[in-house]
Design a binder for this molecule. Structure first.
Ligand code: CA
Length: 698
C-alpha cells in the first residue's frame, strides 16, 4: 500500500468515526449544510430556519428527550447552542461555556471565565449569555465583565483574551459574538447606566482590534480615532443637545443584533435605548440623538458607515432597536426585494432595503399607542399626543420598556413567507425624575420613582395604576406576513416573557411559554406537540442532525429582564435535547422553598427615613429586588433584621461572590439604614396587604 493511500484511509476512518474537527469558516457558514448550526441565527441571514424535516407535522408526536444536561447556575439561560462536527457548544449565565458530544450528551469540556460576582450589578437584565461563535477550531465567548475570549474548540483551553471595555465603567457583554471574514464582532450593554455603546471587530486569530464603531458622539467633542469619526462629525454630533448624556455617552449599546449580509457585504447592528431614558434630562429634549435606537449598517472590512435607520428618534421610552436583524429575499409591494427586517421593541415591524436602508414598510404588530403610524416618505414615526412626558407630566403608552418584542429571537419560514415573532403586549409608565442627579456607575434612567415608600405615590396615580392593572401584560406568538405587513395567525399566552423561536422545514414552529414547549403547525398555528420542561424557558430552540437523526435542543432556565421582576422561582439551568423516539425522563426539580414572612418582633427597630430609603431602593436595588421572587425578596429576608448584618452585605459586599455587589461606593451608613427602614416598612405592610387579600387578616 502506498503511504498516501494509508493516509487517506486514516482520514476516512477518522471522518467515519466522527469527532473530526473540520473547522468553521465563512465558506462553510455560507454553505449551511442542513444538519449544521454554525452561527447564532444558524445562517448569516439570522433566519433561524432549519431545512431538516425528519421531525415534522406527522412525526413530532414521537419527539422525546434523547439526553439532557444540568448546569450549576439558576440565573437566566438565553443561549442558542451551536453544533459543528458532532459537538454541541453552549453557554450559561455567568458566561460559562460547555461542550458536549451532540449525539450522546457526553460532556467534553467546560470553561468558566470566573466573572467576579459583584459584576452582576452592571447587568441591567440578569447575568445572562446568549452563546458562542465558532471560527477555525476556536470557540469565542463574551463575558459579563466585558472580555472576549478565544478557546480551543477541542479542549476548551483559552488561546487569547481581550478586555473589550473600560472595566471601570458598568459595561457588560451578554450577546453572542459573530464570526465574519476572519473577524470576531462583539458589542456591549449598559444603556441604563448609561455607558457609550460601540461595536468592535477583532482578528479571530490574534485578538487584535481591527476596527471599532462608536454609536454616539464623544461627549468631549474629541475624535475617537475610530471608524465612526467621519459620520459622528458630519451627522451624529449635531443631533444631541445639552444634558446628562454628556456625563457618560448616551447609551445606544449594540447588545444583541449583529448581522452580516454577504450580498451587500454590510454588517447591520441594532443599538440600544438612548440614556438616560428621559429625553428632557438627557439632552434638554433636543435632536434625534443618533445613533441611539437605530439600525446601523457598516462596511464589513473597515467598519465605515454605510447607512442608518433610526426606529425611535429622540427615544424616551427605552425602545432599544437591538432585536434580531434578519435578512431575506421577499416580495414587497409586488416587487422582489432583498431586505432586512426587525420586530422592534417599539411595536413596529420594519422592512428595509438591505443595500441602502430605504424604509419599505413599518406596521404595528402589537397594540401601539406611542405613535399612530410611521410616515413611509420621511421614515419617521408620527408620535401620538401625550406619548412624551416632561416636568410633572407622565405617560403610559404601549409598548412599555420590556417592548412589543425583546431579545428573544424570531424565526422565518420561507415556504410560508412567515416570520414568527415572540411578542408582548404591555404598557409602560414614564415620568421625569425631579432633581435628578447623575450617579457615576449606577442605574441612571432619569425616571421618577415608583410608589415606593410610606408617602404618597410618586409615579402613576392610584387611578392610572388601577387602569393599567386591568390590562396585565400578555405574551403572543405572531405569524407575521412581511410582504403584506399583517399577521396570518397568532397564539396568546398569560405569560408575557416567553422563549425565542425555531422554524423548520418539517412545517413546525417551536416556542415555549412558561414551562411548556410547543410545536405549532407553521401554516396554521395548530399545536401539534407539547412538552413540560418543568422550568420556564426563554431561550430559542435549535436543531441539528447527526448520523441520520434530527435533534432539537433547548436551554431551560428563567431570568433576564422579564424574569427578574417575575414570579417564577429560580431553578438550575438545563439543556434538553430531543429526538424521535427519545425516552429519557429528566428528574423533577425539588419544590421551591417558600420564604415565610419575617418575625418582626426580632427586628432591631430603625430610626431611618423610610421615604428616603424607598427612593434609594428604587435607584440602586429595585432592578434586581424590585418585584417578584427571582432574586431575594428583601421584605422577607432575615438580612434586614439587624443594622450591622445589613450593612455588611449592602455596603461591605459580604455576599459579592453570589452576585450582590458592595454598594459602599454609592451609599453611606445613613443611606443604608434608610433603605433598611423602608424594607422593614415593606415587611410590615406587604404581609398585611397579603393577609387582607387572602382573607386571613388577623
Ligand atoms: Ca434598554
Amino acid at each position: 500500500m502506498r503511504p498516501w493511500i494509508g493516509l487517506t484511509l486514516a482520514i476516512l476512518v477518522t471522518l467515519a468515526l466522527g469527532g473530526c474537527q473540520r473547522g468553521v469558516d465563512g465558506a462553510r457558514i455560507l454553505k449551511a449544510e442542513a444538519g449544521d448550526w454554525l452561527t447564532y441565527g444558524r445562517t448569516y441571514d439570522e433566519q433561524r430556519f432549519s431545512p431538516l424535516g425528519q421531525v415534522n407535522r406527522d412525526t413530532v408526536g414521537k419527539l422525546g428527550v434523547a439526553w439532557w444536561a444540568a448546569f450549576d447556575t439558576d440565573r437566566g439561560q438565553e443561549a442558542t447552542p451551536l453544533e459543528a462536527d458532532g459537538v454541541l457548544y453552549t453557554t450559561t449565565a455567568w458566561s460559562k461555556v460547555f461542550a458536549f458530544d451532540a449525539r450522546t450528551g457526553k460532556p467534553l469540556w467546560s470553561y468558566d471565565p470566573k466573572v467576579p460576582g459583584e459584576k452582576g450589578f452592571n447587568a441591567c437584565c440578569d447575568v445572562v449569555n446568549r452563546g458562542v461563535a465558532l471560527w477555525k477550531n476556536r470557540v469565542y465567548v463574551g463575558t459579563i465583565d466585558g472580555r472576549l475570549i478565544a478557546l480551543n474548540a477541542r479542549t476548551g483551553a483559552p488561546k487569547w483574551s481581550v478586555q473589550t471595555t473600560d472595566p471601570a465603567q458598568p459595561y457588560t457583554i451578554t450577546g453572542a459574538p459573530r464570526a465574519v471574514k476572519g473577524m470576531i464582532l462583539i458589542g456591549n450593554g449598559g444603556a441604563e447606566y448609561p455607558v457609550r455603546g460601540y461595536l468592535s471587530a477583532y482578528d479571530a486569530a490574534t485578538g487584535a482590534l481591527k476596527w471599532r464603531f462608536q454609536m454616539t458622539p464623544n461627549p468631549s467633542g474629541a475624535p475617537d480615532h475610530a471608524a465612526s469619526d467621519p459620520i459622528m462629525r458630519s451627522k451624529a454630533a449635531a443631533t444631541w443637545g445639552e444634558g446628562a448624556w454628556k456625563k457618560n455617552g448616551g447609551g445606544a449599546t449594540p447588545w444583541e443584533a449583529i448581522t452580516y449580509d454577504p450580498k451587500t457585504d454590510l454588517i447591520y447592528a441594532g443599538t440600544g435605548n438612548a440614556g438616560p431614558w428621559s429625553d428632557t434630562i438627557r439632552t434638554g429634549a433636543k435632536g434625534d440623538n443618533l445613533f441611539a435606537a437605530s439600525i446601523v449598517a457598516l462596511h464589513a472590512d473597515t467598519g465605515a458607515y454605510a447607512w442608518h435607520y433610526q426606529t425611535t428618534p429622540r427615544d424616551a421610552w427605552d425602545y432599544d432597536a437591538v432585536q434580531q436583524l434578519m435578512t431575506a429575499d421577499i416580495m414587497v409591494h409586488r416587487r422582489p426585494r432583498h431586505v432586512v427586517m426587525q420586530a422592534n421593541k417599539n411595536g413596529f415591524f420594519y422592512v428595509l432595503d438591505a443595500a441602502n436602508g430605504q424604509l419599505l414598510s413599518a406596521q404595528k404588530f402589537v397594540p401601539v399607542d406611542w405613535a399612530t403610524r410611521v410616515d413611509l416618505k420621511t421614515g419617521r414615526p408620527v408620535e401620538a399626543p401625550g406619548a412624551r412626558y416632561t416636568g410633572e407630566g407622565e405617560s403610559h403608552p404601549r409598548s412599555g420598556a420590556l417592548g412589543g418584542h425583546n431579545w428573544q429571537p424570531m424565526a422565518y419560514n420561507p415556504k410560508e413567507n412567515l416570520v414568527y415573532v415572540p411578542a408582548m403586549v404591555s404598557h409602560g409608565l414614564y415620568g421625569d425624575a425631579s432633581g435628578f442627579g447623575f450617579t457615576q456607575g449606577a442605574w441612571n434612567t432619569g425616571m421618577r420613582r415608583m410608589p415606593s415608600g410610606p408617602a404618597a405615590a410618586k409615579l402613576g396615580t392610584p387611578q392610572i395604576l388601577a387602569e393599567l392593572a386591568k390590562e396585565p401584560p400578555v405574551g403572543e406568538l405572531i405569524a407575521w406576513d412581511p410582504s403584506h405587513a399583517r399577521p396570518r395567525w397568532s397564539v396568546r399566552y398569560p405569560q408575557s416573557w416567553t422563549s425565542g423561536v425555531l422554524a423548520t422545514a418539517g412545517g413546525l414552529v417551536f416556542h415555549a411559554a412558561g414551562h411548556e414547549l410547543a410545536a405549532y403547525d407553521a401554516a396554521t398555528g395548530k399545536p401539534l406537540w407539547t412538552y413540560d420542561t418543568q422550568a420556564d424557558a426563554i431561550a430559542p430552540a435549535m436543531t441539528y442532525e447527526i448520523a441520520g437523526e434530527q435533534y432539537v435542543a433547548l436551554m431551560v432556565g428563567y431570568g433576564g429582564a422579564g424574569g427578574m421582576g417575575g414570579d417564577q422561582p429560580r431553578r438550575k439551568g438545563r439543556l434538553l435535547v430531543f429526538k424521535l423516539g427519545g425516552t429519557m425522563i429528566p428528574p423533577a426539580y425539588p419544590a421551591p422553598a417558600e420564604t415565610p414572612p419575617l418575625d418582626l418582633t426580632a427586628a432591631e427597630p430603625s430610626a431611618g427615613d423610610a421615604d428616603r430609603g424607598g427612593a434609594l431602593f428604587d435607584q440602586f436595588c429595585g432592578t434586581c429586588h424590585g418585584g417578584g421572587v427571582f432574586l431575594p425578596n428583601l421584605p422577607r429576608s432575615p438580612a434586614i433584621l439587624g443594622q450591622v448584618g445589613f450593612k455588611a452585605i449592602v455596603l461591605g459586599g459580604a455576599l459579592k461572590a453570589q452576585g450582590m455587589a458592595p454598594f459602599g461606593r454609592f451609599l453611606s451608613d445613613k443611606d443604608a439604614e434608610d433603605v433598611r427602614a423602608y424594607l422593614l416598612w415593606r415587611a410590615k405592610t406587604d404581609d398585611t396587604a397579603r393577609a387582607v387579600a387572602t382573607g386571613h387578616a388577623q
